[in-house]
Design a protein around this ligand. Structure first.
Ligand code: ATP
Length: 504
């Protein structure tokens, strides 16, 4: 199977089984926007809940927030996003594809240099200077490319009951202005009411640092965590839900004493890595990659990516960055508000008195939630050859999702729709609901088709209620991965499923 085949099969399964749909599909779809269907939303929420439990609930040193998506524009000035959150954009002069230079395929070694730099995007092929940029168009492989230019990824909109265009029109009405002056006035009108959709959740944790630290009496080292939507006007959206303009993140800012950042970076890279592997069948499909010196963001003194081996190869899943005191210092500078921490446990070496004040350093594990859905779907997708009841060879498609990530934990299936079996099944399923375990009651089609359907959506256990149930109060429990069945008592079924879900 090629990597494309695998990805196509996953895309097709997730649509067929109600995980992920193209956004606005009846209108032809919105490029690279996706809707999570009834099973997709369960998978996504389950991953988010596992992260929150692990990162917030099970720790004394991390608390959560849920900040607004729109923030004061000065936030993005201070953070550097307004000036520098951009990707290098290039046009292919051959096929007109627009793409990101830093993600483009590298030129094959030894390729003849017939490459022209600086051509106009109008398609003028001979203009410009000859040189090498080392990459080619990802679409047609051409090395005939425009110059790189920077494209800011933040989505801009306006806030307030005033349309910036109305402001602009009343400002310029009746005035004789040059093109440059008109442009400047237009930019000013847009800027005065401009607001941005956050491109990351992280900045709220920095600007609310003092509020959170003081109200919760947090002692450094401690972390602030957040999950939520982020928006980036990506130059190239690609590979299903891997890179989209609207996506969800799970981020945590861990504030520590300057000088301790190396040990905390090591701790968080290892901790995050083992978290990802805990839910995976193939643990070797996750690896740590340290950033090269020239790859580091200007505010970082070290950074690791946790990469996953997607059907197309290794690519980022989470970044764990050592961000120094850059963000807190920049926000203090821009806002004029003091942002620092008074550590009463330490002694000031200069005066010998108890307590020192410092600006904490930050370690940031930043993961993509929507990207996590893709990684775990890829990890779970399996095809197994088997022989059916008629002796025919059949391919069984299944999602080997970890039981705590699976949308349904259990399917409760009456063998037939009569003889009182549905009543018994409904009573069992309602016990699962009461216990807070997401169960599916399913009586449509033959039992074989129902098993196949639940294998495909990753339901780890099926309970079947048959005629023997009426005689001895037992049901069969079928394991998704082994297809083995055993009989358990009705009264014990809930406990058996609970134990198995929590055993991992
Ligand atoms: P990339 O290099 O892939 O553009 P990044 O290094 O800019 O990603 P970060 O800013 O570190 O990404 O964001 C943290 C995480 O958020 C990423 O590891 C990824 O899982 C997720 N993420 C970032 N951009 C997107 C996107 N456009 N679509 C889906 N997930 C994203």
């Amino acid at each position: 199977m090629t990597s494309n085949d695998t990805l196509n099969k996953i895309v097709s399964l997730t649509k067929r089984r109600g995980f992920i749909f193209q956004s606005s599909e009846i209108y032809g779809g919105l490029k690279s926007a996706y809707d999570y269907g009834p099973l997709g939303v369960e998978l996504k929420r389950n991953i988010a809940a596992e992260w929150w439990k692990f990162m917030v609930h099970e720790r004394e040193d991390v608390v959560g927030i849920d900040a607004s998506i729109m923030m004061h524009p000065s936030v993005w000035k201070a953070s550097g996003h307004l000036a520098g959150f951009s990707d290098p954009l290039v046009d292919c002069l051959n096929c007109k594809e627009r793409f990101r230079a830093d993600k483009a395929p590298q030129m094959e070694p030894g390729t003849a240099i017939n490459w022209v730099k600086g051509g106009k995007s109008s398609g003028e092929k001979s203009a410009g200077t000859v040189g090498t940029c080392g990459y080619v168009c990802p679409h047609c492989g051409s090395s005939l490319l425009s110059d790189e230019r920077q494209f800011n990824l933040m989505f801009k909109t306006s806030i307030g009951p005033v349309d910036p265009l109305d402001n602009f029109l009343s400002e310029v009405q009746g005035k004789e202005l040059s093109r440059a002056e008109l442009r400047e006035k237009l930019e000013e009108a847009v800027r005065s009411s401009a607001i941005y959709l956050r491109p990351e959740t992280a900045q709220a944790m920095f600007v609310q640092f003092m509020n959170v630290q003081q109200t919760m009496s947090m002692k450094v080292p401690f972390g602030i965590a957040q999950q939520g939507k982020s928006f980036r006007n990506e130059v190239t959206t690609e590979k299903f839900i891997f890179r989209t303009c609207e996506f969800e993140q799970m981020e945590m800012e861990y504030f520590c004493e300057p000088g301790t950042q190396k040990e905390w970076l090591k701790y968080w890279t290892e901790t995050r890595m083992s978290w990802w592997q805990r839910y995976a069948n193939n643990k070797s499909a996750f690896k740590l990659r340290q950033h090269d010196e020239d790859e580091l963001a200007h505010y970082a003194d070290d950074c690791y990516d946790i990469d996953y081996n997607y059907p197309w190869g290794w690519d980022e899943l989470e970044g764990v960055a050592s961000r120094t005191d850059y963000d807190l210092s920049k926000h203090a500078e821009e806002s004029g508000v003091k942002i620092s921490y008074f550590d009463q446990q330490k002694t000031d070496p200069a005066t010998g008195k108890p307590g020192i004040r410092y600006v904490p350093y930050v370690i940031e594990p930043a993961a993509g939630l929507t990207r996590a859905c893709l990684a775990y779907l890829c990890d779970a997708y399996a095809e197994e050859e088997g022989v059916d009841a008629d002796g025919q060879t059949k391919t069984r498609v299944l999602l080997k999702l970890h039981p705590r990530l699976a949308p349904f934990k259990v399917a409760v299936l009456p063998l037939v729709k009569k003889d009182g079996l549905p009543d018994v099944a409904r009573k069992i399923v309602s016990d699962f609901y009461k216990a807070g375990i997401n169960a599916s009651y399913d009586e449509q089609q033959s039992i074989g088709k129902r098993y196949a359907r639940h294998d495909e959506v990753g339901t780890p256990y099926c309970l079947t209620i048959d005629h023997q149930t009426l005689e001895d109060n037992t049901v069969t429990i079928r394991d998704r991965d082994t297809t083995k069945q055993e009989r358990v008592s009705i009264d014990g079924a809930l406990e058996v499923v609970k134990e198995r879900i929590n055993a991992f």
